[in-house]
Design a protein around this ligand. Structure first.
Ligand SMILES: Cc1cc2nc3c(=O)[nH]c(=O)nc-3n(C[C@H](O)[C@H](O)[C@H](O)COP(=O)(O)O)c2cc1C
Length: 768
């Protein structure tokens, strides 16, 4: 071992918990002896003696109206000390942690000079009142900033500080300290800083932080607090501290260092006021103390921080936690601002100048800003301007059909039964874009572009799948009823008319898949990972091949599935980063509450998304387009991929439905095959979750214009598409749709449907 290593080992480490300065008054013999002893035994002491200047300032502060010359000032200072030798005047303060011995005026004179520039923003009387106040601070990041501001203004008589945490290097982006304080408790760090500013201020330290056992002591021992400043990270302590503060009628102030958010709760003036403005009243608060995981803490955290009102950068960062950032960001400028605001609020509360409770924002970005920009990238894409298909238009299309009357009339009641089954089909975003017209003994099936079209689907693959599944349900129901039907796809050039359904004499065989029509649903739950049984795979293939040119391709190996999860997750990420994709999912399709979902009986009920609490919060945050714009700029939002990855980790398989005919009519047929595979999987007891983003989005680029997408995303989607085709070994087959298969519990909620009457119009009722 080198001398250097030996010396390091032998050197004494600093005493981590010392924060009280030792004050010697040389006028007292005992102090004088102790000071002499210190000087003898502590060779490392450095002496700082600037008393003469302090005395000059004291004379000036005591005589503000007098214009002294320097000579007169010195004379007055000497006269002030009288016969006391300079060394014996005032106090000597020893700072053990830094080995400094500093010569200062004694408390009264020290305070007079140090707060002289406070006047008359704070009058002498007010300063005296503030000097009687007891203030508690829990949590010493923002709390340190507050404490220092309070100390600088000398606006307390006692400051109680609580934090169990020690200072880390990553705290030094916002906590004012020296690197030699790393590893020191944050209370100690703050108390030392205050002592170095003003050794006479009284600090009470709770180095263990706040808990059930010591909160009473913290609030009341040595006199009840006049104000509690709560700046800790723990929801349990936030709630406990407020419950107890409320019981003792102690007001609480909190700064949340984002957008200058300030909360004031005047339990002193409003003893019945619910804690946290009533935002957590609906929750079982006893659970806060038991909350360990983020899932358990979030119900409390969300109302406290206010998801909707967070800054855009904070929202975007929240979506990146555990992806590209470890935890939520916090800036020195916000923390310093918080310190200033809370110190100001404390002073006004203490002096009876401010009485309200509430939540305020001192958001400098909003208050001090450029004028509105010309180009607002966050303007939502204009919603589809297409007019909804009206009865008049449908009737005109029906009239124009002409042709001979069907040999076999389809009764209106049978038509209605068919429609009942048809509308149970799945549709993108559950937008149910179908319309039905019963006219001249036949049934016309329309697609209403105003309802269902996506602006990221120029090749119109989505309507093909929506309407194909709808037609297959219709056909299956007819088979069950024993009614022969001829379903003629796109009988005219008008794309709005998807099919003409006429009765035929031939009685069909019953297709057993019809039994699954009402059972089939989307189930986004995670599974138990059990494999898909071989006969289920075979049934799905057979079901797909029931439509000419169509097939089903199944992947089941876990490694292969995880590869597909990456691919699907990346496509889903591109969709939410794209302003149109984002708008369509978060604004057009999502229904954010059960009430919204039941009101229109369409769209995606949030409950059907099967999200964990943390994911649900992420979903709400992701709704903010500005936050997503930032993530697009950072090429972030990989949290969405994590969700897909998690889903696939527990999946049993992935089935891709393909078709040889990629024409409009061919894709419609393929939509039928999708429904048959879905029903077949349901019959095998499998849960089904569509995950076709890579196919649908690539289709927009391959067969449409790719408009609304930037070049980088178009290129990525084409590359993903190539990868997908390779993974499934597709040759000469157009991929149409994909379904994740799992063995999962029943879904928490199911998508609703509007009533038949909302879709179907009977123009000419047939006689029964
Ligand atoms: C063309 C199409 C695309 C779909 N895309 C997705 C998707 O990307 N993610 C998803 O979770 N569900 C997707 N779905 C499922 C629908 O949201 C679902 O079918 C609809 O909400 C109706 O619910 P149900 O299937 O339970 O009846 C899609 C369905 C269709 C027909």
């Amino acid at each position: 071992m080198t001398y250097w290593h030996e010396a390091l080992k032998g050197a004494s480490a600093a005493d981590l918990n010392v924060f009280r300065p030792v004050i010697f008054r040389p006028a007292h013999p005992a102090d004088r002896a102790a000071l002499e002893d210190l000087l003898k035994r502590e060779p490392r002491l450095t002496i700082h003696d600037q008393l003469p200047t302090q005395l000059l300032e004291l004379v000036k502060a005591m005589n503000p109206a007098v214009k002294f010359t320097l000579a007169e000032l010195k004379q007055a200072a000497n006269a002030h000390c009288g016969s006391v030798p300079s060394e014996d005047y005032g106090v000597w303060v020893h700072y053990p942690w830094s080995h400094r011995l500093v010569h200062l005026l004694d408390e009264q004179e020290f305070a007079l000079v140090r707060t002289d520039r406070n006047r008359n923003k704070i009058t002498r009387e007010e300063q005296a009142t503030l000097g009687t106040k007891k203030v508690g601070v829990i949590g010493l990041s923002v709390g340190q900033s507050v404490s220092l501001a309070l100390a600088m203004e000398r606006s307390f008589g006692e400051l109680r500080l609580a934090d169990f945490d020690t200072l880390d290097l990553s705290n030094l982006n916002r906590i004012r300290s020296g690197v030699h304080h790393l590893g020191v408790n944050k209370v100690v760090n703050t108390a030392r800083e205050i002592a170095e500013l003003d050794p006479f201020l009284r600090i009470t330290a709770f180095l263990e932080g706040i808990n059930e056992a010591n909160i009473e002591r913290f609030l009341t021992e040595g006199g009840k607090l006049d104000l509690l400043i709560e700046e800790c990270d723990s929801v349990a302590v936030k709630i406990l501290a407020r419950q107890k503060a409320k019981a003792h009628r102690i007001p609480v102030v909190m700064d949340t260092s984002d957008r200058g958010l300030i909360d004031v709760e005047r339990f002193d003036l409003e003893p019945e006021r619910p804690i946290l403005h009533g935002l957590v009243e609906h929750l079982d608060l006893s659970l806060a103390a038991k909350a360990r995981t983020n899932e358990e803490k979030l119900p409390f955290v969300v109302p406290i921080i206010g998801l909707e009102t967070m800054s855009t950068r904070m929202k975007a960062s929240m979506l990146e936690i555990e992806s590209t950032v470890g935890t939520w960001p916090q800036l020195a400028s916000s923390v310093v601002l918080g310190g200033a605001l809370v110190a100001d609020i404390h002073r006004r509360i203490a002096l009876g100048q401010f009485t309200r409770s509430g939540r305020w924002y001192v958001d400098s970005e909003e208050l001090i800003a450029d004028g509105p920009r010309n180009h607002d990238s966050t303007a939502p894409p204009s919603p589809d301007s297409k007019a909804s298909l009206g009865l008049e238009t449908m009737t005109a299309i029906a009239e124009a059909l002409g042709g001979a009357a069907p040999a076999q009339p389809l009764s209106a009641s049978t038509a209605e039964e068919l429609v009942q089954a048809a509308i149970m089909a799945p549709s993108a975003g559950n937008l149910q874009p179908w319309r039905f017209l019963y006219h001249d003994d036949r049934l016309l099936v329309f697609h209403d572009a105003a309802l269902g079209d996506s602006q990221l689907d120029d090749g119109r693959l989505i309507p093909a799948v929506d309407m194909g599944t709808c037609l297959e349900n219709l056909r299956l129901r007819a088979s069950a009823l024993g009614v022969g039907v001829d379903i003629r796809p796109y009988p005219t050039n008008d794309q709005r008319l998807v099919a003409l359904v006429e009765a035929v004499a031939m009685r069909p065989d019953t297709d057993a898949l019809h039994e699954l029509i009402n059972q089939r649903c989307t189930n986004r739950r995670k599974g138990d990972g059990r494999p898909v049984p071989p006969d289920a795979i075979e049934s799905m293939r057979t079901a797909a091949r029931g439509v000419a040119g169509c097939d089903a391709h199944v992947i089941t190996e876990p490694e292969h599935l995880m590869g597909m999860a990456e691919l699907i997750g990346e496509a889903e990420r591109i969709r939410v980063l794209n302003p149109i994709g984002h708008f369509e999912l978060f604004e057009k399709e999502m229904r954010w509450s059960a009430r919204e979902a039941t009101a229109g009986r369409d769209g995606l009920d949030l409950a059907t998304m099967e999200l964990k609490k943390t994911e649900e919060v992420g979903f709400h945050i992701a709704r903010d387009r500005k936050a997503m714009d930032l993530l697009a700029e950072w090429d972030g939002a990989r949290g969405f991929m994590k969700m897909t990855r998690d889903n696939f980790r527990s999946a049993s398989g992935l089935v891709l439905i393909s078709a040889t005919d990629a024409s409009r009519a061919g894709l419609l047929q393929a939509g039928r095959a999708v429904q048959r595979v879905w029903l077949s999987a349901t019959a095998s007891g499998l849960s089904v979750h569509p995950c076709a983003a890579p196919i649908l989005l690539a289709h927009h680029v391959r067969h449409g214009s790719g408009r609304g997408m930037d070049q980088a995303h178009r290129d990525s989607l084409l590359a993903l598409f190539q990868q997908l085709c390779g993974a499934f070994g597709l040759q000469g087959h157009e991929p149409v749709f994909m379904l994740r298969l799992s063995h999962a519990d029943a879904p928490t909620a199911r998508s609703l449907r509007r009533p038949v009457a909302a879709f179907m119009h009977v123009n000419q009722p047939s006689p029964a």
